[in-house]
Design a protein around this ligand. Structure first.
Ligand code: SAM
Length: 199
């Protein structure tokens, strides 16, 4: 797959632990609990969504970084529904059309190299009426904050596994033909949570 950030993968749960213990974790739990039926977790990382599944029938996590997948394995083994982890990329999903009721995207479109290609794949694998549930950090619409995020991006992406803190992810969803329900936007508009459905 060509992606490997072993140090980032090893540190990921430690780095995110303070936020996951607090408001971010509560928002993640609320989002994932909305997931229904056959669930695809795009860029599953260390599997933080797995313990939060509530209405899933089965779970598939796709992740291009083998080091992340290793971290996710114990969570998949402990899942309350059948759970599989696959090495793969959002831009080329190894599933038939309409294979999933829900796609989860948590903190992932900041890192996916080709967002339009990945969103085209999400549309293809979602069944009609299915939903892409997202929790993402994005470029702030507030000018000074957005400019700061732009300035930080070159260093940030080197330190945090290719993550871009300045992406306009909501407009990328719209451009890909999704209708958005933004449930929440916080921290100066740097974080968003909601659902996107193919129009
Ligand atoms: C910040 S982590 C988030 C992990 C997890 N979704 C979470 O909520 O904790 C971003 C993840 O996106 C993955 N990723 C990078 N490029 C990707 C791609 N093309 N397709 C799918 N996932 C990708 C990374 O390997 C990494 O695990």
């Amino acid at each position: 797959m060509g992606i490997s950030h072993p140090v980032f993968a090893a540190l990921y749960d430690w780095l995110t632990w303070p936020a996951e213990r607090g408001a971010l974790g509560r928002r993640r739990a609320a989002l994932v609990a909305e997931g229904r039926g056959r669930i695809l977790d795009l860029g599953a990382g260390t599997g933080l969504n797995l313990p939060r599944l509530r209405a899933a029938q089965r779970y598939v996590g796709v992740e291009p970084d083998p080091a992340m997948l290793e971290q996710a394995r114990p969570r998949a083994a402990a899942a309350t529904v059948p759970a599989a982890l696959l090495l793969g990329r959002g831009e080329a999903l190894p599933f038939p059309d309409g294979a999933f009721d829900t796609v989860l995207a948590t903190l992932v479109f900041c890192t996916v190299p080709n967002i339009p290609a990945a969103l085209a794949e999400v549309r293809r694998v979602l069944r009609p009426g299915g939903a892409l549930l997202f929790l993402e950090h994005v470029r702030s619409p507030r000018r000074p904050l957005g400019a700061l995020q732009d300035a930080l991006t070159p260093l940030w992406r080197r330190c945090f596994g290719g993550c871009h803190p300045n992406r306009d992810t909501l407009n990328a969803f719209r451009d890909a033909g999704f209708a958005l329900e933004v449930a929440e936007r916080w921290a100066g508009g740097r974080w968003v949570r909601g659902a996107a459905r193919p129009e």
